[in-house]
Ligand binder design. Structure first.
Ligand code: DAH
Length: 357
């Protein structure tokens, strides 16, 4: 009995975890455990032997059971200590200085633009940034030989050797989203499509990736007058001025006829830009009446539907509104710049609550 006792107390004290401890319990005092089997032998003993062996075995069983529960509690304590050490937190430390992230001006301006056009009944459409030659050019009435293709400084994707299909491109403008939206929803339609576009160009006012917002409105009787009104409303709301003068300059785009580039009256006094006054004009977008061929290419009947489209540089209007001089800084990820020009995450732009906080 002493051997049994020493053996099990030793094993229990060495048990590494609760599973090992449970194995020991089964081995010692489980139904077919060593001590339980010994207790069954009591029946074969003489009464005198039993009187000695019975209480001794019971005492042994009790001792093993309490060693098991003591060890179990100790193992649980060790596990808890380890967890507490891992999750330790000194609540008496002073608070850390606030290092909250900010909303990037491009995201902010995209939200502002979206809020303004949403108020005029435009919904937001999206398209892929890697698109086919067809969507980026041909469907927009820019055929293979057209000089606009070269002007776009297009990034072409590689095709596998032997694959002679025209390569996909990184979209050079958001205009292909016009085609995709018309294909998906037909007319009438009223959408804007903000997003990233790509051209191989890099200087103070050009980055190889930049942002545009496309607009498209088709119905039975939409005219240039509607385009003019929508853009005037937009510019007033966006620049947060009561009055603004726009200048529509005749221009040419393959996907619109007639086409116009739009400038706003502004002044540059002391290096800061003021919108709505002064003697300068600043180009902010291209626009026009959607070319019948473009409607046809997208499955919309040009004899039944007509409307306007425009494309505006988001980075450009962000620089203007928030006085950011170098476009390249937008994408440098310089934390000091981001803290300076960034916006609070809690200031969601709305027309009623204020666009820019
Ligand atoms: N896609 C043109 C560009 O990237 C901008 C543009 C001009 C878009 C006229 C239009 C438009 O929708 O009607 O320069």
């Amino acid at each position: 009995m002493d051997d049994l006792r020493d053996k099990y107390l030793g094993l229990i004290s060495d048990a590494a975890d609760e599973a090992a401890l449970e194995d020991l319990r089964v081995q010692a005092v489980g139904k077919k455990g060593e001590i339980s089997l010994k207790m069954r032998e009591l029946g074969k003993m003489t009464p005198e032997e039993r009187q000695v062996a019975g209480p001794a075995l019971n005492a042994l069983k009790d001792e093993i059971n309490s060693a098991l529960s003591a060890k179990k509690a100790a193992l649980e304590d060790v596990a808890l200590d380890e967890r507490l050490r891992g999750e330790w937190l000194d609540v008496t430390l002073p608070g850390r200085a606030r290092r909250q992230g900010t909303i990037h001006p491009i995201s902010q301006v995209t939200e502002e633009v979206t809020a303004i056009f949403a108020d005029m009944g435009f919904s937001v459409a999206e398209g892929p940034q890697i698109d086919s030659d067809w969507y980026n050019f041909d469907a927009l009435n820019i055929p293979g030989h057209h000089p606009a293709r070269a002007e776009m400084d297009t990034f072409y994707m590689h095709r596998a050797d032997g694959d002679n299909r025209p390569p996909h491109v990184l979209r050079t403008h958001t205009s292909p989203v016009q085609i995709r939206s018309m294909e998906a929803n037909g007319a009438p339609i009223r959408i804007i499509a903000p997003g990233r576009v790509y051209r191989a160009d890099y200087d103070q006012t050009h980055t190889p990736m930049f942002h545009q917002v496309e607009g498209l409105a088709l119905d039975k009787d939409i005219s240039m007058a509607n385009l003019k009104w929508v853009l005037e409303e937009f510019v007033k709301a966006y620049f947060e001025v009561d009055d603004v003068e726009l200048r529509f300059r005749a221009s040419h785009f393959p996907f619109t006829e007639p086409s116009a580039e739009v400038d706003i009256r502004c002044s540059w006094e002391g290096g800061t830009l003021k919108v709505g006054e002064g003697d300068d004009w600043l180009e902010i977008l291209g626009s026009g009446m959607v070319h019948p061929k473009v409607l046809e290419n997208a499955g919309v009947d040009p004899n039944e539907w007509q409307g306007f489209a425009f494309g505006m540089g988001i980075d450009r209007i962000a620089m203007l509104k928030y006085g950011i001089p170098d476009l390249r800084a937008f994408f440098d990820s310089d934390l000091r710049w981001l803290r300076h020009y960034g916006f609070s995450a809690l200031d969601v732009p709305t027309l009623h609550g204020g666009l820019s906080g």
